[in-house]
Structures are given as structure tokens and as C-alpha cells.
Design a protein around this ligand. Structure first.
Ligand code: SF4
Length: 368
């Protein structure tokens, strides 16, 4: 797991020091080298990326859209300004002659790091022993490739925050129970929206013996949620929603479904990043929104819609610190390495993992 608090020394990269180039000079050189390599390189920028990096993106979007767009481009190098699992998904979808590069290898995802293959295998074994009912595994796309492979190997599917509901509905046509990982909140919020009671859901904690559950609890439950969460979205609280509703009744509170269930339930609306962007875009001038998602996106939406009032639901910094590791300096280092014909930080998923993962990915695309 990545240590979010470790020193930012990034010694795996050929550092471009501040003595060599100032921040401003880095941006100037980036513009030059990007133009020079425009036939070879495409830059993908996730919505949560900081503006200094986002401005260099040729294609922007959420993780699945970016991976799919990359697969339709002919450029041999794809620099993914996002986090590790996103670069992995892209590698599974692109052509053999393309390479995906993550500017900083430590740009991980705290949620994706909360479940690994060994833990999920152990959980699966315990679940199978605990009930005779069929369990269908569904993973949120925010997970390592090995877990995408797991669901492909076990008759399940991947989902995104946009299509979690139809995928979970499908899962219940295939079996009696659902194992949902790694984000408990997306699983709980979606199942609750479908009318499944919270009493029918249990949480499997991989850090406890047998997940902290008994076989009887597993047998009774309809939904087994993994104890994982996004540290950014879990930071929003119901108290923030309640106080805003009282003080600013004219403001629409819209949150991401990675927020906890009490936050989602108390808010006026919830949906994926793409849903939030569209809702704000379609709102009339003068509309007011308090948004419960990553701060770079909230600030960008505010700048893009000066005729509307858009602000963060939280007064604290809701920053994806791992995404933030991708800096213009590392982006420039990636470009320089390509120019010198020694590309660095290439993300590659092995063939077998890719094959199983694609089964699950295709299942999702077929169902959504
Ligand atoms: S915002 Fe949360 S889920 Fe998204 S990449 Fe950052 S830590 Fe992961």
C-alpha cells in the first residue's frame, strides 16, 4: 500500500530539480516538448487532476472514458495523468503497439489499495463455506487489475459509479447474494436505492479474522460489502449537509455515491462525476450547488460556470492526495524519457490477468 505521508522524494524518476528548471520553466518546456512529440504522445487527464497538469491533457474524463478513448487513438505513447488502477485499465484496452505511462508510480488510490487478491481469495473461500446460496462478485472499477480478473474468473462483473445499479440488478438475476468490493459506500448506496434494507447488508473487514463475520451472518445476508472507502469522499459528513440545508435552503447539495450512506441520503441528489458535471452544466444561470466530490473538480466547475454558484460541501480540503502526486515536473520527465527513446513508468498488466479482466469489463459494457 502507498504511504500517503511519506516524503515526496520521487527518487524512481530522473528528477528535474528546481535548480535546473523553475516551476514556470517546466510549464514552458512542457508546452514545447508536447508540440514536438504530438504525433507520438497523447496525454489523458482525469477530472480530479490539478489544473497545472490538466491543462496539458488532450483528452479529459473519468477513468473508464479515458481508457476507452485511449484505445481509439493511434499514438504509441499514452501518458495517463491519473492513478495506478486507471493506467492498468487503459493498458488492458489499448493495442499491442501502444504503451501507457504513469508520470508518478506512487500515484495510487487509497480505496484500490484496501483490497488485494490474497484477501479477496480468502474472503471468497470463507463465503463459499458459509452458505449454499450463490454469490456473485462485483468490483468497482477502482481496484487493482488482479481483482478485475477475480470477478472475470468467478462469473461476476465490473461496475462504475454510473452503472452500478444495472450491474447489481443483473447480479441478482445470477445468484442470491452479492459480494461488492472495494467501496462499501457505493455498494451500500446503490443497494439501498434498489430497496434492499441495510439489515440485509454486512461488512467484511479484511483486517479481521473471517472478516469479523460469522458463517450465520453471511448466510442471512443478501449483500456482503467490503470494508473499503475513498478517503476523499468519506470526508464529507451529514452534519455538513444538515447545516447547509438550514443556512442555504436555495442551494442544491449534490454528492458522489462514494460518500457515506447518511450523507447521500441527506443530500438532494447524488451521482457519478459525469452526472454531477452534467447536472451543473444543465442548471440555469443563478443556480447554487454545494458539491461533495474532489476539490480540483469542484474548483474547475466553479471557474467554468461563473454564472452559477458552485462550492465544496466541505470547508476542509477534499483533495485526492495520490492523484496530486502527478506534477508538471513528472509529466515533463515522462516526455523527456520518450524523446530520448527510453520511456519510463510503463504500466503493464500480464496477459492472463488481462484476459480475465476483459471478460468482466465486457460483461459490464454489455449490461450498461
Ligand atoms: S478520489 Fe478516492 S477513489 Fe478516486 S482516485 Fe482518489 S482516493 Fe481513489
Amino acid at each position: 500500500m502507498l504511504n500517503l505521508f511519506e516524503e515526496d522524494n520521487n527518487d524512481h524518476l530522473p528528477l528535474i530539480s528546481e535548480e535546473e528548471l523553475s516551476d514556470e520553466q517546466v510549464l514552458v518546456e512542457l508546452r514545447k516538448i508536447k508540440e514536438e512529440l504530438k504525433d507520438q504522445v497523447v496525454v489523458l487527464g482525469h477530472h480530479y487532476q490539478q489544473d497545472d497538469v490538466f491543462q496539458f491533457a488532450d483528452v479529459t474524463g473519468d477513468s473508464l472514458k479515458l481508457a476507452q478513448d485511449a484505445a481509439n487513438l493511434e499514438k504509441p505513447y499514452i501518458i495517463f495523468c491519473g492513478v495506478h488502477f486507471m493506467a492498468e485499465t487503459t493498458d488492458m484496452l489499448i493495442k499491442d503497439n501502444q504503451k501507457v505511462i504513469l508520470p508518478d508510480l506512487r500515484a495510487g488510490c487509497s480505496m484500490a489499495d484496501m483490497a488485494n487478491r490474497e484477501q479477496v481469495d480468502n474472503c471468497w473461500e470463507f463465503l463459499q463455506k458459509s452458505t449454499k446460496e450463490k454469490i456473485v462478485p462485483i468490483t468497482y472499477i477502482n481496484c487493482p487489475a488482479t481483482l478485475k480478473s477475480f470477478v472475470g474468473e468467478n462469473g461476476g462483473s465490473i461496475c462504475t459509479s454510473s452503472n452500478a445499479r444495472p450491474i447489481i440488478e443483473w447480479a441478482f438475476t445470477q445468484g442470491e447474494k452479492l459480494l461488492f468490493f472495494p467501496d462499501q459506500h457505493l455498494g451500500r448506496n446503490t443497494c439501498a436505492e434498489m430497496g434492499i434494507s441495510l439489515d440485509e447488508m454486512v461488512v467484511y473487514n479484511p483486517n479481521m479474522y473471517n472478516g469479523g463475520l460469522t458463517a450465520e451472518q453471511i448466510d442471512k445476508a443478501k449483500v456482503i460489502l467490503w470494508y473499503g472507502y475513498c478517503s476523499v469522499h468519506q470526508g464529507f459528513t451529514k452534519a455538513q449537509v444538515d447545516s447547509l440545508k438550514k443556512d442555504r435552503p436555495e442551494t442544491t447539495i449534490i454528492v458522489h455515491p462514494e460518500c457515506s450512506h447518511d450523507v447521500v441520503k441527506a443530500s438532494h441528489d447524488n451521482g457519478s462525476t459525469a452526472y454531477i458535471i452534467n447536472k451543473i452544466k444543465e442548471a440555469p444561470a443563478g443556480a447554487s450547488f454545494a458539491v461533495g466530490t474532489e476539490i480540483n473538480l469542484v474548483n474547475r466547475l466553479a471557474a467554468q460556470h461563473p454564472d452559477k454558484e458552485i462550492f465544496s460541501l466541505s470547508p476542509y480540503q477534499c483533495l485526492c492526495t495520490t492523484m496530486y502526486r502527478v506534477r508538471p515536473r513528472w509529466l515533463l520527465a515522462s516526455f523527456r524519457a520518450i524523446k530520448e527513446d527510453r520511456p519510463i513508468n510503463i504500466i503493464q498488466v500480464d496477459k492472463e490477468t488481462t484476459e480475465h479482466s476483459l471478460k468482466a469489463l465486457n460483461k459490464m459494457l454489455e449490461l450498461s
